[in-house]
Design a protein around this ligand. Structure first.
Ligand code: XMP
Length: 435
């Protein structure tokens, strides 16, 4: 690893990740560690040029106020504190709500003048480093990867492919709840263009049979998740000599599960509930990256823009948008209306502006008129929301002419649909998905 690093010690701030992102935005790599890191653990980290002790309101654990190990001041590495008045030297950071820019300015002098860190954190170096590290970890062994086509798994696939080529075996499970053209795009990019070793499993019938008649949202999710693991496990058992499992774990997964202003990162051992006898060691080359960096990495690796900048899509797929018990014809109405919505949002430029947008088809019908006769068909509901962290969300005020064009197309092109509605509800009280 060539890049210099600034270590952030978590002494109870809510904003460690904002600080890490600000330092990375200066071109210097930064990672967050628990407050009680020892001097030996610290010295074992590569190229640490400086330490920022980041204090905050969560600095009491079990009734005791916590502090850093005093020995870290003797590591010969510059130390500065923010929001922690007991430290030997400190800086005042701006309000985090002021954004990354003002934090960058506040830490710039410490990072470059005091620590003499070099601004050498960029995606080209990251990719080159990771290729080296993957080769070192895996050698000539084989790695198995569940390639859903989502941003993280796609970028991991592209990175592993560059590092180990044919020794990467990707499995794409189509659970029948993918969006229109999604599995085809995975095959086109990875198999046809990048020549990856890709096993495509069309498990549509299997999933839809299991889901038949199941209306409870939680049960649907459990069936989809459980069946996914079983299909993947069956494929893994057919293959010989696999020692590693690729994972799209990213930095927020690690930080969020590891804070509580103490214990280290969660170690993701047996991922996705695979059975005990299927033991793999994990390869997680994105574990240092924030989401926007994952996208930048995908661009660096030459993945198509649409794949890298696509909107979030839930694991259970269209299954949570085909409300109640899923039927094939209603699922088709969800898939076709979603495709029209995505196409029209792209034409209107809204795909780059709106965080998440999709359609829902409920399991009831209403009366309408088609070809001068009474019809009894489903409604399609359009949802378009903006959010920063998916915890709360607001509605995108889509302009009438765009909504009218989408409505017109859905009513003409999607079978068994006679109404289109727009969901006006923010989160809370609603959630983003309907199930
Ligand atoms: P809600 O509906 O809880 O959704 O407001 C928040 C965000 O999470 C996505 N979502 C999921 N993602 N598996 C996922 O990978 C899931 O089971 C799941 N459920 C919801 C949702 O699309 C939204 O972006």
């Amino acid at each position: 690893m060539k890049q210099d690093m600034i270590v952030i010690l978590d002494l109870g701030s809510h904003e460690n990740t904002v600080l890490a992102r600000a330092i990375r935005a200066l071109g210097v790599y930064s990672e967050i560690y628990p407050h009680d890191i020892t001097i030996n653990e610290l010295k074992a980290l590569p190229n640490v040029k400086g330490i920022i002790i980041n204090g905050g309101p969560n600095n009491v654990i079990d009734g005791m106020e916590i502090d850093v190990n005093p020995e870290i001041y003797d590591a010969g590495i510059p130390v500065i504190a923010a929001g922690h008045d007991k430290a030997r030297c400190s800086i005042k950071l701006p309000q985090f709500t002021d954004g990354v820019e003002s934090i960058k300015n506040a830490v710039k002098s410490f990072v470059f003048d005091t620590c003499k860190a070099e601004a050498n954190w960029n995606m080209t170096n990251f990719v080159n480093d990771q290729i080296e590290l993957i080769k070192r970890q895996v050698g000539d062994k084989k790695v198995l990867l569940a390639l859903s086509g989502g941003v993280d798994s796609s970028v991991v696939a592209a990175l592993l492919l560059k590092a180990i080529g044919d020794n990467l075996i990707c499995v794409h499970v189509n659970h029948g709840l993918m969006r229109k053209g999604e599995s085809e795009a995975v095959i086109e990019v990875f198999k046809n263009q990048l020549n990856a070793n890709l096993i495509y499993v069309d498990a549509t019938d299997r999933f839809l049979d299991k889901l038949a008649g199941v209306a409870d949202p939680e049960k649907k999710r459990k069936i989809i998740g459980g069946e996914f693991i079983r299909v993947f496990e069956e494929e893994a058992r057919k293959l010989d000599g696999i020692d590693y499992l690729g994972q799209g774990t990213i930095y927020p997964d690690i930080v969020e599960s590891g804070t509580k202003t103490a214990k280290m990162v969660k170690s993701h051992h047996n991922v996705g509930g695979l059975p005990e006898d299927l033991k793999f060691e994990l390869v997680e080359p994105l574990r240092q990256l924030f989401k926007d960096e994952v996208r930048a990495c995908g661009v660096e690796l030459g993945l198509p823009y649409e794949m890298v900048y696509r909107q979030p899509f839930p694991g259970p797929g269209l299954g949570v948008r085909c409300l109640g018990a899923i039927t094939r014809d209603r699922l088709e109405a969800v898939r076709e209306s979603d495709a029209i919505l995505r196409e029209e949002f792209q034409i209107a430029g809204l795909d780059k502006k709106v965080w998440q947008y999709f359609t829902i088809v409920p399991d009831f019908k209403s009366v309408g008129v088609r070809d001068n006769a009474r019809s009894f068909e489903w409604p399609v509901i359009i949802r378009a929301v903006n959010t920063v962290d998916a915890m709360t969300a607001t509605i995108e005020p889509v302009e009438w002419p765009i909504l009218m064009k989408i409505t017109d197309r859905i009513l003409k092109e999607v079978k068994n649909v006679n109404r289109v509605c727009f969901d006006m509800s923010p989160k809370p009280n609603a959630t983003i998905e309907w199930e």
